[in-house]
Design a protein around this ligand. Structure first.
Ligand code: ADP
Length: 286
């Protein structure tokens, strides 16, 4: 039974299952009238600096190599790193119908606040609701023309922006990115619990910076100690989709804006899982 005193505007953050519950999907916003997007995948992390944007970029490259048309909505409004990884700069163009994503060398569409600013090192000193509003605008005002996958790179944590993404966009599922420190288990749990409260399926976990391969003998050196990802995955019933090593070549490619030249095979399993879950088949779109 619904609680008499319940405030129905809070349904999205309440985990009671009552008849008057409003689905979070009721708050979905329509995309631009000229957009056509088959699937929206969120990339989230409980904390910053775990390499979430790198994982988003490599997933985009991997999906694109399978023949899908892929876009990235950089929802990390105050710390956008996607344009730099793809070597994109300058300002987005638009017309009366909306704005167009910037195109990477291989044709991945990107929208980011860093592609709106005249000076890319200027900080955006905006409060949460304004930032969340920008994410909605990126969804509603961008012309995402014929995209198979839109990857949404969410800022770390469980604040306004991931909440807005989960409520306003038709998210098919999320991938949680983490690194191996033990405190991460608690932090992954926060992200996972948020997804559960919002009724968004978790497609699986990706552990970044899992180890370093010794250049001489190939032995895995666990810089951050032993991983706890399998335990967390088992606890929640999720799959570990990938474990990425710390690789100086990857860092150099990010810095050079050449992420599309990176070997993204470590994320092929994760990309395959996205395809399987969203289309029921593994392979390129028709
Ligand atoms: P987040 O989005 O979680 O804040 P980023 O993806 O922006 O983190 O990564 C931060 C920096 O760390 C990037 O400049 C990237 O080059 C580097 N980095 C992340 N993961 C790796 C890795 N596996 N190997 C080498 N460098 C990495």
């Amino acid at each position: 039974m619904a609680n008499e005193s319940c405030d129905k505007s809070k349904c999205a953050s309440c985990d009671l299952d009552c008849p008057s519950r409003k689905s979070p999907q009721d708050l979905r916003e329509p995309p631009n009238k000229l957009s056509s997007i088959k699937h929206v995948i969120g990339i989230i992390s409980g904390k910053g600096g775990v390499g979430k944007s790198l994982v988003t970029s490599l997933l985009a490259v991997s999906l694109q190599k399978r023949g899908f048309r892929v876009g990235i909505l950089d929802a990390d409004i105050t710390g956008p790193s996607i344009p730099k990884m793809f070597g994109l700069s300058g300002q987005l163009k638009g017309n009366d119908d909306g704005m167009f994503p910037a195109m990477s060398q291989t044709g991945i569409g990107v929208v980011s606040t860093n592609l709106l600013l005249e000076e890319e090192d200027r900080p955006l000193v905006w409060r949460g609701p304004v930032i969340a509003g920008v994410v909605k605008q990126f969804w509603q005002e961008t012309i995402w023309d014929q995209y198979d996958y839109l990857l949404v790179d969410c800022p770390p944590g469980t604040g306004d922006v991931p909440l807005t993404v989960f409520q306003s966009l038709p998210v098919d599922g999320v991938i949680i990115v983490s690194s191996p420190q033990s405190l991460v288990s608690m932090i992954i749990s926060k992200a996972a619990n948020m997804a559960q409260i919002m009724h968004v399926p978790v497609l699986g976990l990706v552990e970044n910076m899992s180890y370093v391969s010794c250049p001489d003998c190939g032995k895995e050196i666990r810089v951050f100690g032993d991983s706890h990802i399998e335990e967390v995955a088992e606890h929640f019933g999720y799959d570990v989709l990938a474990r990425l090593p710390i690789d100086p070549k990857l860092a150099a490619l990010c810095d050079a804006g050449q992420i599309e030249s990176a070997d993204c095979s470590a994320l092929d399993g994760a990309a395959g899982e996205i395809v399987k879950i969203t289309t029921g088949v593994t392979g390129a779109s028709s």
